[in-house]
Design a binder for this molecule. Structure first.
Ligand code: G3I
Length: 350
């Protein structure tokens, strides 16, 4: 029997909490012609989590459950339950979906750890995996991170991985061609961290390689700037990096933003963080090919940051009790300014 899908979560209160219905981030973003979103953890059954997610955002990514290791633990065996749950939530709440990620050196299934098979077999496994996952969601994913984080952090090179070592760097063009075949309507992104200029050797090598991929006809539509940033981040430098990809005609996405700050974060630090959220979104909104802006989570109660950067945290726009922080208001400000400008410049309807 077909399982009955849950009714949509009601958008019960405006974030400003003043009783007046203020537009949510997603309403403002729509007026700016962009999507605004977040990654999603397996917490859709928690009413507050689901309510804020549905109310504020129109663009979602599964934080972990479309990664190869989360989908499959034996060749040819896939479990899509958690990914499907998010897809269903997104459909009920009219949210576009950003798929993350088809190929990554991290989160490999057991049968690819210590891989000892041939190059041809591995190419076939990559083709079948991409076909299985992107094929299942064909027509329902707006944009896929096809390949994630292939570049080294300390030199102009690819990082060692089962894919680069066994197949060679051609695995990247192959993966994009497989993804285009599996879901011809999805936009295909390259996604990475520190492309915002923190490691010049990495961001320059990425830019050069992306130009080579485009010259070879690799079906690449855009770049995902992960933007795992901190309180010392240089927004002007990030804008310069984005500009050169926008000049190539590529779509620009911010895919995993968080601004980590030292804990405990006082008022002044959170105010600074609010300005950083505002300023990054402001510069993005200036690029004609800027399409979507996502944070890596939305509540400080559910973020990878404290577990990874000791002593840092409080990096997201809502606090642990889902109260909006200065970061949230910073995003609103940037969107309100942009929506106001677009309203003034929009051509008259008659
Ligand atoms: O699900 C298990 C749970 O059963 C177990 O008890 C627990 C104990 O550690 O681990 C749980 O799995 C963890 C999973 O997150 C869910 O919390 C994994 O160990 C942990 O490695 C995994 O970390 C994720 C990480 O990617 C690796 O996949 C983070 O949540 C996720 O935020 C992070 O996201 C990445 C992007 O995909 C790519 N860009 C960088 C970004 C941050 O690292």
């Amino acid at each position: 029997m077909k399982k009955k899908s849950k009714p949509p979560v009601r958008a019960k209160k405006a974030a400003a909490g003043n009783g007046k219905k203020t537009p949510a981030l997603r309403d403002l973003a729509a007026r700016c012609g962009i999507l605004i979103g977040t990654c999603v953890a397996p917490k859709l059954d928690e009413p507050d989590y689901a309510e804020v997610l549905a109310r504020e955002y129109d663009f979602v990514t599964s934080e972990n459950h479309m990664k190869w290791s989360c989908l499959s633990n034996a060749p040819g065996v896939y479990d899509f339950a958690e990914a499907d749950r998010m897809m269903d939530f997104a459909r009920r709440h009219r949210q576009a979906v950003h798929g993350h990620t088809l190929l990554w050196h991290n989160c490999l299934p057991p049968y690819l750890r210590g891989y000892a098979g041939s190059r041809e077999e591995l190419i076939d496994m990559v083709r079948v995996h991409i076909n299985t996952v992107a094929g299942r969601y064909r027509g329902r994913i707006l944009v896929w991170d096809v390949v994630n984080e292939v570049f080294a952090d300390d030199k102009a090179d690819f990082r060692p991985s089962v894919f680069s070592t066994v197949i060679g760097r051609e695995f990247v063009p192959m993966a994009y061609r497989f993804a285009r075949e599996a879901d011809p309507g999805a936009k295909l992104l390259y996604n990475d961290y520190c492309l915002e200029g923190q490691i010049p050797v990495k961001s320059d090598f990425c830019y050069q390689t992306v130009r080579e991929w485009l010259a070879e006809g690799v079906p690449l539509d855009g770049i995902g700037f992960q933007a795992h940033l901190d309180n010392k981040s240089d927004i002007g430098l990030a804008a310069e990096q984005m500009a050169r990809y926008a000049d190539l005609g590529l779509d620009i996405y911010v895919t995993e933003l968080d601004f980590r700050v030292p804990l405990p974060a006082g008022k002044a630090m959170l105010a600074l963080q609010g300005r950083l959220y505002r300023d990054l979104l402001r510069v993005c909104l200036d690029f004609p090919t800027f399409r979507g802006f996502q944070t890596w989570g939305f509540t400080d109660g559910c973020s990878w940051v404290p577990g990874f950067f000791k002593g840092m945290g409080d990096s997201l726009p809502f606090d642990v009790k889902y109260r909006p922080k200065p970061g949230y208001h910073g995003l609103r400000t940037a969107l309100e300014e942009c929506a106001g400008r677009r309203a003034k410049t929009a051509p008259p309807l008659v």
